[in-house]
Each structure stands twice: as C-alpha cells, then as structure tokens.
Design a protein around this ligand. Structure first.
Ligand SMILES: C[S@@+](CC[C@H](N)C(=O)[O-])C[C@H]1O[C@@H](n2cnc3c(N)ncnc32)[C@H](O)[C@@H]1O
Length: 382
C-alpha cells in the first residue's frame, strides 16, 4: 500500500463518514488509525479547504507527517520538524489534538518542551488548550492555529505505532450554521433531515455533473439545497404537501441568490405512488430522499407503524425503479424504531434493486435520546 499521507477526523458517525470520504475520493486506499481517524494514501495533492467544504461527515483534514515506532522517536521527529518551521511573525500559536490514547494520557510535558524551544529562539508562544483531548474546529480556527502563525498538531496512536500530522482545514462551522438556521422556511413538525447527513447522502449517491437528482419526499428541500451547493445538477423535487413544495421553492431561491448559484429546478405536488406518470420513466439518475418516517412524537405503535411504512416504501421503491435510468442509484433513509434497548427495522420489498453490501449497523445515524433512528440505504439499478 502507498504511503498514508493525509488524515481525516471523522464525525460522530465514523462508518458513514468513512464511506463518504471513500466515495468522494473514489479510492479505497484508506485505513482507520483509531475510531475517528481515517488515514488516506493519496497520490495526488488534495485541496483540503475545498474538500472539507464538500464533505458532511468530516471534521478536520490534515497532512500526516510521520509514523514513529515509539513515543521517544515521535518527540524527536516532531521537534526536528518544528525547528525547521519559519513563522512569519514573532508570536506563534500551537495546540494538540490526540486520538487513540487512554484518557489519562497527558501531553503537557511535550507541549512545555516545545514552548521552551521557541521561547529560547525569541518567540512569544501561546499553547492553546481545551478540556478534551481534541481541540474543536471552533477552537482551532479562533485561536489562529490554521494561520501561518499557528499549528494544530495531531498525534494519533494506533495498535503498533504513533503518528503525527498537522491540520490544514476544519469544517466551516459558520457556513453550516448560517445555511441551517438562516434558510427562510423550516418545518420542524414533519421533521427535517440534518443538512450534514443530507450532504453525506448526496456524496454517497455520487451524482455526475448535469445529471438529474430527484427528492420525491422533499419537505422543505434540505437535500435539494445541499445538492445545489455541490455542483451543476438538474434538481427535481416532489411532495404530497403543497406547503412543502412552496417551502422548498423558497429555500432554493433564497440559496440561489445568497450564493449566486446556477441550477435548474422542477418542483411539483404529487403522491409518490404515481410519480413516474408525472416525471416519466427512465428520467432520473439519482433519487436521494428521506420519506415519511412515521409519528415523531408520543408513544409509537411499532407493529402498526412498520406495517404502514413497509407498504408506503414498497410502493415508493416500485416507482423509483421505473423513474431511474439504468445505472441509477437510490440513497434513502429508512427509520429504525428504538424502544427498550431494541431496534425495529423496516423491510419493504426491494424488487430488482441491488442493495449495497454493508453491515446495516454501519449505516445508522442517530442522536442520543432519539426514538426514531435513521438507517441509510443504498440501492442500485444495474
Ligand atoms: C420527513 S419529511 C421530509 C423532510 C425533508 N427531508 C426535509 O429535510 O425537509 C417527509 C415528507 O414526506 C411527505 N409525504 C408523506 N407521504 C407522502 C406521499 N405518499 N407522497 C409524497 N410525499 C409524501 C410529507 O409531506 C413530508 O414532507
């Protein structure tokens, strides 16, 4: 295997994030160094700033500088590399994020040594710390660690060795929050897909430029607005509710103006059961969607709800098969009902669709306290 030269700090759903990175980089030369650190061997130089804006499930991207057999070697290697650093000003900032170590691991002595080295060279030095072993994206950015005057040093312990690297880009937290909370229409009652998950799903669908993406349960348009930011696609959306279509339209137009985007959209009010009559058969390249997930509040009657949803999803999948062109892909959410420590999955009929062969547990997205979890399902029409 080629040399591992980049690291990706994966978000709270590392399996999904890893699949997303592999889909976007179109390569499988990847290895997990710890639960949340994916090392990648990339023969091409990656544009970290651009890439982090594209990914929904990655928190930081950086360069892996060295693999060391023990802690002593790591310290020597890191000190030597930093001695060659020529910061543009006399004030410098550095911080550490560590991954894969036991909780009692303490970075203090290494940080103090580095601080001393730089002070002796006449620099004023600020060591940026936080309560957790990892600095957040906000802390790294707001404390200048990503500027030419700063460094976020990342130290990773895998089963056999130690690695160190430097962060080059962190998730653009301000942009994510502006687009999530700034959009004019929200519908918290019928449930909105988290925009980062929408982004992961689009990347897993791997749409090509100018292809048609359809969200047949578009709600307020989270998937369509995320897709609009990723490239030039034909964006089609439909929903049973007129209000949902009006919301999607308003959100899409808001985004188009805000980011000066160019895309074509087609939105219509329609029941999924008859969708191929409206859009035409073999008309769509990718279907990316989160359908109705059942009641979100109160006590859920699991038997009744799963029976109703299995019928709706089976009907929807029949339509998806008709709508998709050969080579098309569906990436969708199926709800999982979580009650008394047990998970209840849906099982609609897949027809001729080929599901991606991955352990379903790896494709689960949920937040603590949620009763309805999300399973990401990938189906191909070969
Ligand atoms: C969970 S919401 C989708 C939310 C959307 N992903 C978002 O982030 O805004 C499910 C949507 O499915 C729509 N829906 C329910 N049954 C439908 C049907 N039979 N055909 C089409 N849309 C339907 C609802 O009106 C609702 O907008």
């Amino acid at each position: 295997m080629a040399k591992l030269n980049y690291f990706f700090v994966l978000g709270n759903h590392p399996h999904l994030s890893r699949l997303e990175v592999e889909a976007v980089l179109a390569q499988s030369n990847c290895r997990l160094l710890s639960e949340k650190i994916l090392a990648v061997a990339s023969p091409q130089t990656l544009e970290e700033e651009k890439l982090i804006k594209r990914l929904g499930g990655t928190i930081k991207i950086g360069r892996l500088n060295a693999q060391c057999k023990d802690w002593q070697q790591l310290k020597q290697n890191l000190s030597a590399a930093l001695a060659a650093w020529a910061p543009p000003q006399q004030k410098i900032y550095f911080g550490f994020s560590t991954y894969g170590f036991k909780n009692d691991f303490n970075i203090k002595s290494l940080a103090m040594e580095l601080k001393k080295q730089w002070r002796q060279k006449g620099f004023s030095v600020r060591w940026v710390t936080s309560r957790s072993p990892e600095l957040s994206s906000v802390v790294a950015e707001q404390n200048k660690l990503l500027t030419p005057q700063g460094k976020e040093l990342v130290i990773i312990k895998d089963k056999k060795s130690f690695w160190w690297g430097e962060t080059r880009a962190v998730q653009p937290f301000k942009e994510w929050s502006l687009l999530d909370y700034g959009r004019p229409c929200r519908d918290d009652r019928s449930g909105m897909l988290p925009p980062k998950l929408a982004r992961i799903m689009i990347n897993l669908a791997r749409p090509q430029t100018n292809q048609t993406i359809l969200d047949p349960f578009c709600g307020s348009g989270t998937i369509l607005t995320e897709a609009a930011q990723l490239g030039n696609f034909q964006l089609w959306g439909s929903d049973l509710s007129k209000k949902a279509i009006a919301n999607s339209q308003e959100n899409l137009l808001w985004l188009k103006n805000k980011l000066n985007l160019k895309f074509k959209m087609r939105l219509l009010t329609a029941d999924v059961a008859r969708l191929s009559q409206y859009f035409g058969t073999s008309s769509v390249n990718r279907i990316i969607t989160e359908p109705y997930l059942g009641p979100q509040r109160g006590k859920i009657d699991i038997k009744k709800t799963t029976a109703t949803l299995n019928r709706l999803y089976t009907q929807a999948l029949k339509q998806f098969w008709l709508l998709l062109k050969p080579g098309g892909r569906v990436v969708m959410v199926w709800p999982i009902f979580y009650q008394n420590g047990k998970k209840y999955f849906l099982s609609p009929a897949l027809g001729k669709f080929q599901p991606l062969k991955t352990n379903p547990e790896c494709l689960i997205y949920h937040r603590p306290q949620q009763k309805v979890w999300r399973q990401i399902v990938i189906l191909d029409k070969f």
